[in-house]
Write a protein that binds this ligand. Structure first.
Ligand SMILES: [Zn+2]
Length: 310
């Protein structure tokens, strides 16, 4: 992606450099044709100005959300959020890790979900959850993530703490993620995988408004094996690359946000058997081979310009 960006810049720069300074408007009085071109440029200018930059640096620079009613705009991979709320850095059943990143913001429905899941896990004696990235105060692209852009995604680590005091402040700021997948065999690591993990996925996937949960295929396979008779919730746990040490929970578009664009619904069935087998045999290897060339990311939806206001 970076190389492609550089090539594009390299093509444009020499021409522009020879003709005029960047940003300077060339003007020579050539009668009505010149006036027409300037007029057309003025008409086009507002449309060009409406392009909302898709820049990690820009969107991570907002320290606070906008004030006002929550409004989710765009898609999970290309969007923003106004009126976001934050989750408390500590609760009875959770600790926000790496709080210095300021990625603990989201739509109120996401905040409610994280609070509910951690309190429920705590009530059931599962332990204390490590809450990783939600989204930025105003959403937008997040370095290290392909999504998490509109306040409806959250990463929750699979390491469950015995108590809130387990981690030192330094460990809260820079924790080490542990993989639950044995890479050599592409199976779950049964030395650290417990019934509490199955229960945690079940609780999260059963929560109203949860749209899908991403899990490494080996973890999905373990859930398929360990789920028991209640299997309806497995439908929402989707095999995906990565996600070996955390569950990525995605909420559906909230009713208060008509500009939120939903993802295609998950297919029917529990996704066990052929689907997870394909992922383990083919899907993961296809990813390793490259695939999916990323180009210049498109601008964010025009409505995100509102969310950029001071
Ligand atoms: Zn995630």
């Amino acid at each position: 992606m970076t190389r492609r960006c550089l090539q594009r810049t390299g093509r444009l720069a020499p021409n522009r450099g020879l003709l005029q300074a960047p940003g300077a408007r060339a003007w020579s009085p050539r009668g009505w044709l010149g006036a027409l071109l300037v007029g057309l440029a003025a008409l086009i200018a507002p449309a060009a100005a409406a392009q909302v930059p898709n820049s990690d640096a820009l969107w991570s620079s907002f320290a606070e959300p906008t004030v006002g009613a929550p409004q989710v705009i765009g898609t999970y991979t290309n969007g923003c959020i106004g009126g976001a709320q934050s989750i408390a850095l500590e609760g009875p059943g959770h600790v926000v890790i790496r709080p210095q990143r300021n990625r603990y913001w989201g739509h109120p429905s996401l905040i409610a979900f994280v609070n509910w899941l951690s309190e429920q896990a705590h009530r059931e004696g599962l332990g204390v959850l490590m809450i990783a990235d939600l989204g930025q105060p105003r959403g937008g692209p997040v370095t290290g993530h392909a999504s998490h852009e509109m306040g409806l995604d959250v990463d929750i680590w699979l390491q469950i703490l015995p108590s809130r005091d387990t981690l030192s402040p330094a460990e809260v700021a820079a924790p080490q993620e542990v993989s639950f997948v044995v890479e050599s065999s592409l199976t779950v690591d049964r030395a650290i995988w417990t019934p509490a993990h199955v229960r945690l996925y079940q609780l999260a996937a059963s929560y109203p408004g949860v749209e899908r949960i991403f899990a490494h295929p080996a973890l999905k396979q373990a859930l398929c094996a360990d789920a028991g008779v209640d299997r309806a919730w497995l439908n929402r746990v989707r095999p995906w690359y990565g996600h070996t040490g955390h569950m990525h929970v995605r909420l559906a578009c909230p009713a208060d946000s008509p500009q939120c664009r939903a993802q295609a619904p998950v297919p029917p069935g529990d996704g066990c058997g052929a689907e997870v087998d394909w992922w383990l045999a083919e899907g993961l290897h296809q990813r390793r081979g490259g695939g999916g060339g990323a180009g210049t990311p498109p601008p964010l939806p025009a409505a995100c310009a509102m969310v950029m206001q001071p």
